[in-house]
Design a protein around this ligand. Structure first.
Ligand code: PA5
Length: 446
């Protein structure tokens, strides 16, 4: 079977191949540190060999839970934030029919909605209003079990569900995914008797898509989690080899060479709107992993060709501190041919008979050449098709490259100390018990 591939040739006009290759030894050293578990954040390396450690029995258990939710629910709300929702959202959106939410009659699987990733009263009240007419269930995901956004949404959703179907049935429709022992969600789940899954201590949120955090929602949505894992297993093997055959090391090396040459922003681009959340997942992975100690490429994203009509100008001629990484899909799943029009008033007959994807691919190629001419180095990650298997390959590839890249930069890619600052201020402003001193201090600054 084909694999995803990486194209770096449009980088070499900006940093030479030799310069990229000069990162070979630091990338191989980073890989060794990951394997030996003696680098920074070594307690969080559970993702490294996760794909090959996932058993068939475990996947069958996830599928059985998915079936039970499937049988009881029209809608399943996934409550989680950051790494506790982005992986599932990325895969489900990438695989879903773009209009599946409108195709009620033919839908075989529950609709997956997300909550707990914002504190918007409008969002939550509108969601509640919608759910009042639905048979719904909840997958509540929080590794710490204490994240305010998620806990608040869960309290609201659980209250609604219990009011609608009673405590016993609600309990059958709620699954909690959290730490094995710690956190309020674990206490609550144990007390209420929810079905639970454990997020391993050694797997951080943004590396958790192949744990039940990602697998259960993806399975409920009706997608093939065994193929997703199989793709990741394949990449785990491929990305354990030496530099010359290891895509994750080569991508990490190109990023670091470009960063050292003065590029400060990496833009992930796609040419299919259903990949929007793949970019959001990638942004969290790289942003939270690398943005520390006053270092790190800023991960940004665009959906093309849509954003060529908004951000295209900046990319083409703005400050030359960016490079672009395109996630390209070799063959689309749909098929549409441009029809001939006798009158040709729109002047499009020169496209007649061509696949829409050919037009899209020429836009992709034309944009690549224009951006390279405009001073934007271009990396391409090619997926042969958009399916579970290649998404599994791609996600593991990006995770492994992120770990390597972080170690090459000399930072800990597995912690996120900066995320705590806003929480401290929010708790102080909300006068959470235990924050009395901070409350007084912050109020003086208002
Ligand atoms: O990657 C991470 O660790 C974070 O983004 C977390 O996933 C996010 O903060 C949610 O945390 P939790 O799962 O503890 O609610």
């Amino acid at each position: 079977m084909e694999n995803i591939s990486l194209q770096l040739d449009k980088v070499y006009g900006f940093v030479s191949k030799e310069t990229v290759q000069s990162y070979k030894s630091s990338c191989e050293a980073a890989q060794k540190m990951l394997e030996d578990g003696n680098g920074k954040g070594a307690d969080f390396l559970g993702w490294l060999h996760l794909p090959s450690c996932i058993s068939e029995e475990f996947l069958d258990d996830v599928l059985a839970t998915a079936k039970s939710l499937h049988d009881r629910c029209d809608v399943v709300v996934v409550a989680g934030i950051g790494g506790s929702y982005l992986g599932a959202k990325a895969v489900i959106d990438a695989l879903n029919n773009s209009f599946s939410w409108l195709k009620r009659d033919v839908r075989k699987n529950p609709t997956i909605l997300f909550a707990g990733h914002n504190i918007s009263e409008d969002y939550l009240s509108e969601l509640t209003e919608y759910l009042q007419e639905k048979q719904f269930g909840i997958i509540n995901i929080s590794k710490s079990g204490t994240t305010t956004e998620t806990a608040l949404a869960f309290r609201l959703l659980k209250t609604l569900l219990v009011n609608m179907v009673g405590k016993e049935e609600a309990c059958r429709r709620i699954v909690a995914i959290t730490d094995a022992r710690r956190g309020a969600l674990r206490t609550l789940a144990n007390q209420e008797g929810y079905k639970t899954y454990v997020i391993p201590d050694s797997v951080g949120g943004r590396y958790s898509v192949l744990t039940p955090v990602g697998l259960l929602p993806i399975a409920v949505a009706g997608y093939d989690i065994k193929a997703l894992v199989a793709g990741a297993v394949e990449m785990e093997k491929q990305c354990a080899t030496g530099f010359d055959t290891n895509l994750s090391m080569q991508y990490a090396a190109a990023r670091q060479a470009l960063y050292a040459s003065g590029k400060k922003i990496e833009i992930l681009a796609n040419y299919h709107p259903k990949l929007h959340y793949v970019s959001e997942w990638w942004k969290q992975l790289y942003g939270e992993s690398e943005g520390k100690e006053n270092k790190g490429l800023f991960p940004a994203s665009v959906d093309l060709t849509t954003d060529l009509h908004s951000m295209g100008q900046w990319i083409q001629q703005g400050e030359r501190i960016i490079f672009e990484t395109v996630v390209s899909i070799a063959s689309p799943n749909g098929k549409m041919v441009v029809p001939t029009d006798e009158q040709n008033l729109d002047g499009l007959n020169y496209l007649a008979g061509k696949r829409v994807d050919e037009v899209n691919k020429m836009a992709e190629l034309g944009t690549q050449i224009a951006h390279v001419d405009g001073g934007v180095p271009n990396i391409k990650v090619v997926l042969p098709k958009l399916n579970e298997y290649y998404l599994g390959e791609m996600m593991y590839f990006f995770e492994k490259a992120c770990g390597i890249s972080g170690y090459v930069m000399g930072i800990n890619p597995f912690d996120q100390p900066g995320v705590e600052d806003y929480k401290r201020n929010m708790f102080a402003l909300l006068e959470k018990p235990g924050y009395e001193e901070q409350s007084a201090a912050i109020r003086k600054r208002l």
